[in-house]
Every structure is written in structure tokens, then in C-alpha cells.
Design a protein around this ligand. Structure first.
Ligand code: 13P
Ligand code: SF4
Length: 302
């Protein structure tokens, strides 16, 4: 079937269900083009909490669909591909949080939304890459346990030096693979380009950046910048909106490693199947959901 045929069938199936399609910027271009809303983790979580639609189809990975379900417990949330997960989220479990808390009972537990519902349930507050600094600064605690991403945690520690950070050793595999050697190679090939990075990149890369932010913040920065050429240090899916919105600007991906296999599992075919068969509905244990909802709501209130 052609892309256009899929698009018209997806639209018809979506209207029949009264569904809304949300997609992260890391999704395939065909999915971003079909979606009703494309955004970063924070914008999509906030949106999921306010939408009227009975059915939310989340084109992303499991923690995103679960976050939407936590914030909209009465809605049907579908994840088009059942095994679209996040390797970083799966690195930390509730036992890890408890262990860190036992060692640092006076610390606040801040969990990145890229975490399991279980980890969220044992946290004081959640954050995304776009509001991590704001969330951490809002806490009265001097000590912060941050998980699962050691890179976002280390970045926050450099930006909020008045607090002490205890970091879990998790990481996003594609971002963590980027190196200072990649930066040197790309800077040599494109000497006037600005380097825009996601904070999930390691320290040796972050220290070379001209700008660090979430996917939405990177896009906003490129939109507003008077510069014409950029090196992009985040997952390749972001090149689609960057190029669409800025046809007069050039974007180079920092590394070939910057592909998230799980984000690429959702195709137009899977999305159509999910809508037509109400496939892969997200269910979260009610007790766990009650516990995990508060840290998510606290984040939204900051
Ligand atoms: P955001 O910029 O949306 O926080 O992206 C982070 C991410 O890795 C989503 O998987
Ligand atoms: Fe997880 Fe990284 Fe993929 Fe995002 S890009 S879903 S953090 S593995």
C-alpha cells in the first residue's frame, strides 16, 4: 500500500474511534506526518492529560504511553507496537531506587520520565529533559537521587551546583555512543555549523555544545537562530521537523549511532492495525498507577 493510502485509511479508522494520534519527534517521518500532534516527552505528557478524545494512540515507546495512561486513567491508550520499549528505562527498577534511598534517606528521588511506572511510583517527582533543571531547583532538598540517566543527571549537576547529586548508572544507548571524536570530525567538515545537543549525550560531547536542550528546545533554537548550519546531537528522527520547518538551513547528524531502534518500530502499517483492531492497549496496575501519578502530577505543577 502507498503512504497516501495508509494516511487516508488511518484517518478514517481514527475518526471512527474518535482517537487522537500523538507522536514523538524520534518517530519515522511517515508517522510524524500522520500524527495529530508531534512533540517532545513533556509536551506530549501535558497534552495527554488535557485531551478530550476517548482513545489516545501513542506513537513512541512504552514509558510514554504508560505516562499518558497514568495521567488519563479513564482513557484507552494504545501503543501501536507492543515491544517498542526504552532500553534506558529498563535499566532501573524499584529495588535500585530503594537501595539508593537507604543510603541517602535525606535525598529527593527525581526520576526522568524515561523510566518504568514502578520507578516513578517510588519517586518524589518526575522530570523530562525540558524541565529537569526547573524541577530540581523547585525542590527544598539539598541532595538529589537522579535516575535512570547518568548523562542528564550529570548535566543537571553542572547547572545546579548548589545541590548534591547521586546518579544511577543508566544511559540512552544511541546518545551515549556519541564521542568527542564525532564532534571533532563534524566540526572539521562543517566549521561554521552550531552544535545543538540533547543532554542524554555524555559529558565529553556536552562540553563541546553551543546549545543543550530537549528535542522541542533544539527545534525552537534552530527555528529562531540566525545561523544557517547545524550539527545535531540527538536521535535522527528530529531531522524531519528541523528540515521541514527550516528549508533554508542545513542539518548534519553528529553520529551514525543516533538511531533508536525502538522508536523506529512503529510504521504506518502498525499504526493502522492498532487503530483497526484496538491493538496493544496499555494497562497499568491500579495500585502502582496511584503511586506513580503523584510524581507525574507534581512535575506538571512545577
Ligand atoms: P525528549 O526531548 O522528548 O525529552 O526526548 C528524550 C527521549 O529520549 C525520548 O525517548
Ligand atoms: Fe530510550 Fe534513548 Fe530510545 Fe529515547 S532514544 S526511547 S531514551 S533508548
Amino acid at each position: 500500500m502507498t503512504e497516501m493510502n495508509y494516511a487516508s485509511q488511518i484517518k478514517a479508522a481514527k475518526e471512527k474511534l474518535g482517537a487522537v494520534i500523538l507522536a514523538h519527534y524520534y518517530q519515522l517521518p511517515e508517522i510524524q506526518d500522520i500524527a495529530d500532534h508531534v512533540g517532545d516527552s513533556f509536551a506530549l505528557s501535558r497534552l495527554a492529560a488535557t485531551l478530550d478524545n476517548e482513545v489516545i494512540v501513542f506513537c513512541g515507546v512504552d514509558f510514554m504511553a504508560e505516562s499518558a495512561k497514568l495521567l488519563s486513567p479513564d482513557k484507552t491508550v494504545l501503543l501501536p507496537v507492543k515491544d517498542a520499549g526504552c532500553p534506558m528505562a529498563d535499566m532501573a527498577g524499584a529495588a535500585d531506587v530503594k537501595k539508593m534511598q537507604e543510603l541517602h534517606p535525606d535525598a529527593a528521588v527525581v526520576s526522568y520520565v524515561n523510566s518504568t511506572t514502578e520507578v516513578k511510583a517510588h519517586s518524589h517527582i518526575c522530570c523530562t529533559s525540558s524541565n529537569a533543571l526547573k524541577v530540581i531547583r523547585s525542590l527544598p532538598h539539598q541532595k538529589i537521587i537522579f535516575l535512570p540517566d547518568k548523562n542528564l543527571g550529570a548535566y543537571a549537576a553542572t547547572q545546579v551546583p548548589e545541590k548534591e547529586f547521586i546518579l544511577f548508572d543508566g544511559y540512552c544507548p544511541p546518545h551515549n555512543e556519541t564521542t568527542a571524536a564525532d564532534v571533532a570530525r563534524l566540526r572539521k567538515a562543517h566549521p561554521v555549523a552550531r552544535l545543538l545537543l540533547h543532554p542524554e549525550c555524555p559529558g565529553e560531547v556536552r562540553q563541546e555544545a553551543d546549545f543543550i536542550g530537549s528535542t522541542a528546545q533544539i527545534i525552537a533554537h534552530a527555528d529562531e537562530s540566525s545561523h544557517k548550519e547545524f550539527i545535531i546531537g540527538t536521535e535522527e528522527g528530529i531531522l524531519h521537523p528541523l528540515q521541514q520547518r527550516n528549508p533554508d538551513k542545513t542539518f548534519h547528524l553528529l553520529s551514525r549511532e543516533l538511531t533508536c531502534r525502538d522508536m523506529k518500530k512503529t510504521t504506518a502499517r502498525e499504526l493502522l492495525d492498532s487503530l483497526e483492531n484496538m491493538q496493544n492497549e496499555i494497562h497499568v496496575d491500579e495500585n502502582l498507577a496511584r503511586m506513580a501519578r503523584s510524581p507525574m502530577e507534581r512535575m506538571l505543577a512545577v
